[in-house]
Design a protein around this ligand. Sequence first.
Ligand code: SF4
Length: 918
Amino acid sequence: MKPITILAPGTLHLPLYAKMYEMLGNTTNIRLLSLDSWLREQVEFPIQNNLSLLYQYRKQLSSLSAANSFFESREDYDFLRDCLDFMSKFFLYELSIEDLPQNTKRDKDLLEVISLLKDIPRIEQAYVSTDFERLDLSGLWILDKNYSIEEMKILERLKKGGARVLKSIDEISGFSMDAANPSKDLKTNPDKDPLSESLLPINRYYWSTSNPRTQMEIIADTIITENMSAEDIFIVLSRPEDASVLSQVFEARKIPLTLMSEPSISPVLSQWKAALLFVADKSRENLMNLLKELYPQTSTQLRNYMDLFPEGSDLEHLEYTPNPLISEFEFENMRSMELQMQPWLPIFEKMKTWKANDATMLDIGDLIQKANPSPSEDDIRIFDGISRLYGDVRSEIHSELDLPLLIRHLDSLYPNSALSECTGVLAGSKKEISPLHKTVFYTGADAAHFPAFSMNGGIFDEAYMQKIKKGYPSLSDRLSLQRNALFHSLEIPKELYVMVPQADYEGKSSDTSYEMFTWMNAHPKFQHWKDSSWYIKPDFSLSEEISSQLFFPEKTFNASLSSLNAYDMCPLKHMLQYGLKLKKPYVLEERLEVKAEILKDVIESSNLWYQRPVWALSKEEVRFLVSRQFEFARKVFKDKTEALEILELEYVQKILEMVRILRPITKKLNASLIPDQAKIKISENKDGMQMDIEGFVNRSSKNRTPFLLVNPENGETSGSCEITPDSDQNDRSAFHEAMAALDVSLSQKPVQNKAFSISMGRGKKPVCANEFTHEQLDQEFITQFLKDAIKGQNMPETDTFEGEVIRKKTPSYEKTVEQARSAADDFIKSLSHGCVLPLHKANACKFCAFKSICRNGSQERTQESTRQAFAEYDRKNELAAKKAAKADHRHPVEASDHEDQDLNETERVNRIDASPVI
Ligand code: SF4
């Protein structure tokens, strides 16, 4: 009994074995091999992998003359890879050095390269010298498919030795135990060239679709409506990037799918790469990348720490001192980071000692194994592959300079050609069309992707190859061979669907392939596909019950000015922040940042140290006060003294500038700036609900610090200011404690200065360019500066330029109270109906931490969007009411309908417009 060998690509082994098992049961006399593996079995040649060849080539090219134009590239991975491919052809086509081009300097330089490389033996030499024609290959079967030109060249020789082509999968059932003599009724004719034989599929369809996605939808629908068996289907993906769309579409319909080159989700490959990159170059960037790859969960924390403290820290015994750079909360965070870093320190120390040697490889392997305590099969396979690869070339690696070839070559480990499992529909490239599958869907067959024949590129491009005198087939011969092989493979399946998307995802139109059009002898037929929207907008509403529990417990309403402001920015954001109390994620800033409170600290310490107000201090004195504020930061960030000094100078300048600009106002008003806040308090009964609103009108935040303008001569030495509008409106004393409330920012935007203005010569004015005076420029600067830096409340008239700029955009305390009342009114009205739509103000989303919650429901607030949203909202409420009414066996629907009919259109619109978000 002679065993049978079927030559098939590794990607098809698993489905082929499954088919054989189905047809023959347990079979022991048939084996599957790839052409490459079979050839290696036939020749006596030491195992040689591409990576060790690359190292040998690199060594060989070290003797390249310095005048050679490829001298600088002699160690470059891409250059060596091109050489590797060319030398394979050189031996396979038995080219001779004399026939290679020698016309130009480049040709001669390449000749020198090839002359050196040809001394390194290649397995292709053994293939050429083996007399396959004289072997008994009667037990050898070649799976019919689209082979490359080089493969065809060898296969032709095997066929001469008696190998046969497996054209139909049914032929396998004829492989009796006497395998060398398959049944007589097989239609195989070993003498007939499969490439010249047309099998013509019974059904051919040529379809066009609107875009690549609809093409996948149509395939999925066709499989379902035609009730096709998933195992009989093969999908050709002309564009590998369509694989994810195909997976999504099939997943939605629960059609099983196996991708032949599925991207690996194993972290092992990238971990090895990151580790070897770090060994080759111990840069900070590579270390950060290694941490990210090895410890994705903790790496953010680790990287944050290392960004903040590149040389380590010693915070354990440091006592916190209030300062404007590091808050106590931040300091505690840094301390806990330092604590968490302790177990990592020995690892980092070890990493720093890594060299290109076996001990380091063991170390890396150990870390990777610890980082993946439950490895998947893929993880193990990749780990094993890399270990073997290193084993093959370890004798070539003597220093870090030898690592780049190994690192670059790791990419070729994936995707793996062998499938670890195979279920349902198989999707791969045109090279895998075979008799295994009755139905083939060929996707993306537009002019850009079909026929897409391979041509020579890189250093040994077509221009070079065409100049080879003899031995290497001409371009037209190679194209013709590829064309025949491709169209032959399209004739293998019983059913062929060729799909052409008319446009890509960006809407750029795709052209029909002329080759396909000629072969099909027809234009593609457009297939309609109705998109059932998958993107249902999320619904944002609260039941009245939940709404009152969250916002109006026991018929009371307590709010702060900032919560009302948040509601005004976006009702959903408000609900998440103040209703559900979701916290924004805390991110420790890795850059040094000075909080606006430094201005307050300097103003306060001015009297203490110099018994003079800050505006009367010299620059050196201000510098001293600022420097004191930086003392604690200097103890924490010991290795950032330079950065702190620059920051210190910057803030001295900013404070001096702020004082210079505010001074005319305080002088005019005879007032002092006192660091404090003005509080607003509203307490009243609203339609049976107790409403309490409290909040500061001037804010205190990271970027802003609050001040009150008070007149010490009027006895206003305290900064406290409480605004309570319940007091008699005619008695304004409550508003008078502080003249004005300001909040000041020191992080201003840069101000652009104009050089001159041009008069266009209209009327009697001549055409001319006018320079700005220093005063004009200063005023422009101050205007812009004040607009950005200062927000005021209740600013009195001052007759000063600076004061007027602030006053123009300043509401009075009364106005603020009025606004707060009106906002609270709107809030109560809307929230009592559970309305929390993400109808946001312009720019509200820019820094919003809840983007991932509102998703595609977010909409900028306009008259129209509000109207639509609330109409939809009302409609839903009505529907809910109807349902509830039905459940109660009552008929309030008619009543509510009548109620609504009683309103005219204007009232109806007004009712919608009364919503708070307009
Ligand atoms: S991202 Fe915009 S719409 Fe969404 S919650 Fe935030 S502010 Fe509202």
